[in-house]
Design a protein around this ligand. Structure first.
Ligand code: CAA
Length: 382
């Protein structure tokens, strides 16, 4: 069992207080009106929550992964759309720049991201390359001191609102996954524009768009890592990202359970509070148990990351279990609310819609099972 230290608990309480006061109240309205939570994110940046695991010298808070997980869970419980922006920024974007960026790239790109002054995005997926990113067709062709990028990326979280984007592209078709490279591109670069914006079931306050590169010429010093290292960079970024999605899942599930506890105590049927019916109490008990298990898996993956150990399999397990758990729990939460649960008068219908994508993005449940099984069969002990 992983328990938070005194310091980690202080961060958790600070973020919980902020999330309840400043993030939760506008969540339903932002969802209805598809309004990007720009003001909330600005405040998250001021609190040091947009680059939590980045050292202070690069504008971050220097926190550990466990504190990050605890903080993200609180934001997700208040507003899942805000949490996905926070997760992408902290996990895939900042961690990737921190691990693979040169000192100059860190100063130029990471610092403003970690301070929360700008939003970041990670562009790997394409219209015809989702679970299989090696089949991507975006190309980056070297031209002296430049690369010229051509291609379309799809389903990019914060695509419209991001200023800095990490994008992958093929630099050598023949080398398959070793022929993919990563680049950092800022908005405003000629040949780089935002395309179609998706109309989504949930997470409606967070934008998901195409990003289009047409003869986009960028200096070669905006390549991240070595040429051909892009797939490795993306996979390692996704390892961190998957811990974030697990934490987001736990947060939404906890919010759904809390809503059920409030509702079942208030609602009276057959002459008594429905919280007195054993059939419902057992559902609530199972919900709480599943959330506790998912939280522990998520913290365990974060603890491995903090110890500098490989956490690929644990991140996949946490993401798989937590994202499937929250889909069960938000469905049950609507059931416990009866007809009211199906309306926008209660928050559970939003939780249900928001949670649906958690088993899909940053690697589907099926991909997580592939990652887990590959690690099990590669384990020398077997
Ligand atoms: N870290 C480092 N290297 C890794 C790695 C990891 N986690 N996983 C794989 N690799 C390396 C392997 O070591 C191997 O390298 P070598 O050839 O040098 O040995 C290479 O990558 C290929 O690995 P595998 O043979 O295991 O590859 P595979 O084809 O069996 O499986 C996959 C790859 C796991 C299916 C991978 O393609 C994958 O994760 N797919 C899902 C992609 C995904 O999650 N997309 C979501 C995009 S982001 C998003 O959702 C939107 C957003 O806005 C954030």
């Amino acid at each position: 069992m992983i328990h938070l230290t005194e310091e980690q608990r202080m961060i958790q309480s600070m973020v919980r207080e902020f999330a309840r006061r400043a993030v939760a109240p506008g969540a339903a309205e932002r969802d209805r009106t598809k309004t990007f939570p720009a003001d909330v994110l600005k405040q998250l940046g001021e609190l040091g929550l947009m680059g939590m695991m980045v050292p202070m010298e690069y504008g971050g808070s220097g926190a550990d992964a466990i504190s990050y997980v605890a903080a993200l869970e609180e934001i997700a419980a208040a507003c899942a759309a805000t949490a996905v922006v926070m997760s992408v920024q902290n996990s895939i974007v900042c961690q990737t720049l921190l691990h693979f960026g040169t000192p100059e790239q860190k100063k130029r790109f990471l610092l403003p991201l970690a301070k929360g002054e700008v939003i970041g995005a990670f562009a790997l997926t394409e219209p015809e390359a989702g679970s299989d990113p090696v089949s991507q067709t975006t190309q980056a062709v070297r031209d002296g001191k430049y690369y010229i990028i051509n291609g379309t990326k799809r389903f990019i979280t914060s695509g419209k609102n991001a200023h800095t984007v990490i994008v992958t592209a093929k630099t050598d078709e023949a080398k398959r996954h070793k022929g993919i490279s990563a680049f950092v591109v800022n908005k405003g670069t000629a040949g780089f524009k935002v395309g179609h914006e998706e109309e989504k079931l949930g997470l409606r306050a967070s934008d998901t768009t195409d990003l289009i590169f047409e003869e986009c010429r960028i200096p070669a010093d905006q390549r991240l890592g070595a040429e051909g290292q892009g797939f490795d960079i993306a996979m390692q970024g996704l390892d961190s990202g998957r811990i974030g999605i697990a934490a987001q899942s736990v947060g939404v599930a906890q919010a759904a359970l809390d809503a059920c506890i409030r509702y079942t105590q208030k609602r009276t049927q057959f002459g008594q509070s429905i919280a007195k019916f054993q059939g419902l109490r057992w559902i609530v008990a199972d919900m709480a148990t599943q959330i506790a298990a998912a939280r522990q898996l998520t913290l365990a993956a974060a603890a491995l990351k903090d110890r500098g150990q490989n956490f690929t399999m644990q991140a996949a397990m946490a993401k798989l279990f937590a994202s499937e758990m929250v889909n069960r729990i938000t469905g049950q939460a609507i059931q416990l609310h009866g007809g009211y649960g199906y309306t926008q008068d209660y928050p559970v219908e939003r939780y249900y819609r928001d949670a649906r994508v958690f088993t899909i993005y940053e690697g589907t449940s099926e991909i997580q099972r592939i990652v887990i099984a590959n690690h099990i069969y590669k384990d020398k002990r077997n």
